[in-house]
Design a protein around this ligand. Structure first.
Ligand code: NOJ
Length: 712
């Protein structure tokens, strides 16, 4: 038996295999063409020139469904590679399994609104298991970009604006996926800062902000053992990420010790020519490899040029070997050498009753009630209900962006779910304001208007210049609301929208994102109060498009900007600065009273811990879930720090009248940050710990960090 097939430690197997490889075979491992198939690619597979492949419907966005995966084609390709190539190295097959595979869960921004890492882990486990059974060994998720810019369509794919929330969900996603397939933390790094929210645009950001904000989620994913990291399409201050040696080779690989694969984004290495930093494809390949991008997705420039670049001494062989080692290590880690073929099963892949139940739970947990004059929850005894809007009988459109394998036919639409409940007490119209819509609104006890964005208006390359609802929707809503009957607005979408007018005219508003396979039933659960709404916004909803950026972690400035007062603060002449809906915001069908935080000690030595607790009472008539959010404010630091930084959160399930206590145990490392010299530090002195229901919280307790042993 070849040494690399023996049960040795992985790095020994990698070295043994590498020692046998020719230069063309090594380069083949770094080549990742899209959509390989056993016919046209037979020779390349047999020659060991295709190390991996991704099955994708196109480079843009994943909003175009393809025919689905062909397990047979994957198996045939693998057989050629394993049985006919000289060394029998298996191919790594990847696909974008983003928020579900056959069973589709809410879009990641919606999942973030559930503030529940355990839920994310469970559903990524399901997605990974479904994908594995169709021959997929690797996904390009989770996206852990910090979202600053609601105009940017890709905020739908990420977990929002807080590094603490996003980082913890990223870890959970990695753990869930990697029970079955490899995961990818993407896009490294700064992509969420695309100028003007225009996809792929240039990014200007200093390394201090990168380290304190944007790199943190990647570090979390690396700490969780993510097998790969994808480079991003943007440049940072003039250096495209696919050529960014400083951040990829020095920070990610050397400083953090990441020993997995750095994969290019689609044609990202070849596109160094379009960036205008590489003279031609050969130069692009040289820069990509030197920067530390191991795997060339879709551009083919490594295959075409790495051999001659090594031969001419322009790329050192040890760097090429390092890249190959990483790819082989990942294949060993995934068990591909021992078990290379798709693990097909007779069981249905999904959606099954169990995965539907999880999809419904996740969709319910993602929905955020942002206004309610008391009309909600509706009674299922309601005399009559009028359902209107472009999403009334939609399944497909409620799956969300980046769905390659979910099928609209699997989704019970809102119309189906509401009909199940109300029978002929339900009427519906398509959302255009018409005589019929007016008549049905007047005739019904309540109207539910399903508004918002189609998924093709969010995701990759789908940015908008205006955060308002799509054309015509607000006008129709206002006309309906003018008829004197209650109207509940449900807003679907992949980003924070400008909801100012919707909030002004509607009786209640729910932000429902794109909920996935169980869209209709989950919406009915929440509207009819069978389940309590508990989602909380993972991104700030700005007052208008002109207010972007307005994320929670805005740094302290030279003149105080008080987010807690609903008053003019001097930042704009023509508008208040405060967000329309703050980060963390969300209502319930009951009410809660928060007590201020209490700390277990007023001083905590470096390396020690402090307990902060806060009492919450359910002051309403219904049982409910409340999210206690814990924020940090560091009044004096070496660099400007966020006015508020989310540290932690805790759910409390409370019966009417019940009081519960959220207890947070915080180590002093949580107060740390990267200083002026870009190194991590924790300062002595006071910090303020703030608890409450959202980012307008102000009840604080002060704790002093002191030198270790100071109290002895
Ligand atoms: C381009 C996207 O930016 C990335 O997120 C995706 O994983 C790849 N295409 C592969 O489809």
């Amino acid at each position: 038996m070849k040494k690399w097939m023996r049960a040795l430690p992985i790095d020994e197997r990698v070295d043994a295999l590498l020692a046998e490889m020719t230069l063309p075979e090594k380069v083949g491992q770094l080549n990742q063409p899209a959509n390989v198939s056993p016919g046209p690619d037979r020779d390349a597979l047999a020659a060991g020139r295709i190390g991996s492949s991704l099955y994708a419907s196109g480079a843009l966005g994943g909003n175009v469904r393809d025919e689905g995966l062909s397990i047979r084609a994957i198996e045939q390709c693998q057989r050629i590679a394993v049985e006919e190539s000289r060394l029998g190295i298996p191919v790594l097959f990847g696909r974008d399994v983003i928020h579900g595979h056959r069973t589709v869960f809410p879009i990641p921004l919606g999942l973030a609104a559930a503030w529940d890492a355990e839920l994310v882990e469970r559903l990524c486990d399901v997605a990974g298991s479904e994908a594995l059974r169709e021959g997929v060994a690797w996904t390009f998720a989770p996206m852990v970009d910090i979202s600053e810019e609601p105009r940017w369509g890709r905020v739908a794919e990420g977990f929002g604006e807080s590094p603490a929330l996003s980082g913890r969900l990223a870890m959970a996603a990695v753990t869930g996926f990697q029970r079955h397939i490899g995961a990818t933390a993407k896009h490294f790094v700064g992509y969420g800062l695309a100028a003007g929210g225009r996809d792929y645009e240039s990014v200007q950001v200093g390394e201090n902000t990168l380290r304190n904000l944007h790199l943190r989620t990647f570090k979390a994913a690396v700490d969780a053992g993510v097998l790969s990291v994808m480079a991003s399409f943007n440049d940072i201050d003039g250096t495209p990420m696919h050529a960014n040696r400083r951040l990829i080779r020095e920070v990610l690989k050397q400083e953090w010790g990441f020993d997995g694969v750095v994969v290019a984004d689609w044609s990202g290495i070849g596109q160094l020519v379009d960036h205008g930093v590489a003279a031609d494809a050969r130069d692009a390949a040289r820069q990509g490899l030197l920067a530390g991008v191991d795997l060339d997705m879709a551009s083919g420039v490594y295959l075409a040029h790495l051999e001659s670049l090594v031969g001419d001494g322009e790329v050192p062989l040890d760097l090429l070997d390092d890249a190959v080692r990483r790819v082989l290590r990942m294949k060993f880690r995934l068990g591909l050498f021992d078990d290379p073929y798709p693990r097909t099963t007779a069981d249905p892949i999904g959606p099954t009753a169990a995965t539907r139940a999880l999809a419904r739970e996740a969709a319910v947990a993602s929905m955020v009630l942002v206004a309610n004059d008391g009309i909600l929850p509706l009674s299922d005894q309601v005399e009559s209900l009028h359902l209107t809007g472009p999403f009334v009988d939609e399944g497909e459109a409620l799956l969300g962006t980046w769905v390659l394998d979910g099928r609209g036919a699997d989704v019970p639409s809102p119309l189906v779910a509401f009909t199940d409940l109300l029978g002929d007490r339900l009427t519906h119209t398509d959302g255009r304001f018409s005589d019929l819509a007016a008549h049905r609104t007047r005739a019904a006890a309540v109207t539910v208007a399903l508004l918002g964005e189609h998924p093709s208006r969010s995701g990759e390359a789908n940015s908008v210049a205006d955060l308002g609802l799509p054309a015509g929707q607000l006008e129709a809503l206002k006309q309906l609301c003018g008829l004197g009957k209650p109207v509940v607005a449900v807003v679907f979408g992949g980003r924070p929208l400008d909801l100012a007018e919707v909030l002004r005219v509607a009786s209640a508003v729910i932000v429902a994102w794109h909920p996935g396979t169980e869209a209709g039933p989950a919406l009915a659960d929440v509207l009819f109060g069978r389940r309590e709404p508990s989602g909380r916004l993972p991104m700030t909803f700005p007052r208008s498009t002109g207010h972007v950026p307005s994320s929670v972690h805005a740094r302290a400035t030279s003149r105080v900007l008080d987010f807690t007062r609903d008053a003019w603060d001097g930042r704009y002449l023509d508008a208040l600065t405060q967000p329309q809906l703050p980060f963390g915001y969300g209502l319930s069908y009951t009410t809660f009273r928060h007590g201020g935080p209490v700390a277990s000690a007023s001083e905590v030595p470096f390396g020690g811990q402090v307990e902060v607790s806060a009492q919450v009472t359910n002051t309403g008539q219904r049982a409910g879930r409340e999210l206690v959010q814990l924020y940090l404010h560091d009044p004096v630091a070496e660099v400007t720090r966020p006015k508020l930084e989310l540290l932690d959160w805790q759910w409390l399930d409370l019966a009417p009248g019940e009081t519960g206590t959220a207890v947070f145990t915080i180590g002093t490392d949580a107060f740390g940050y990267f200083g002026r010299d870009l190194t991590w530090r924790v300062d002595q002195g006071l910090v303020r710990l703030i608890t409450g229901r959202d980012a307008t919280a102000s009840a604080a307790v002060e704790v002093r960090i002191v030198a270790a042993g100071a109290d002895e």
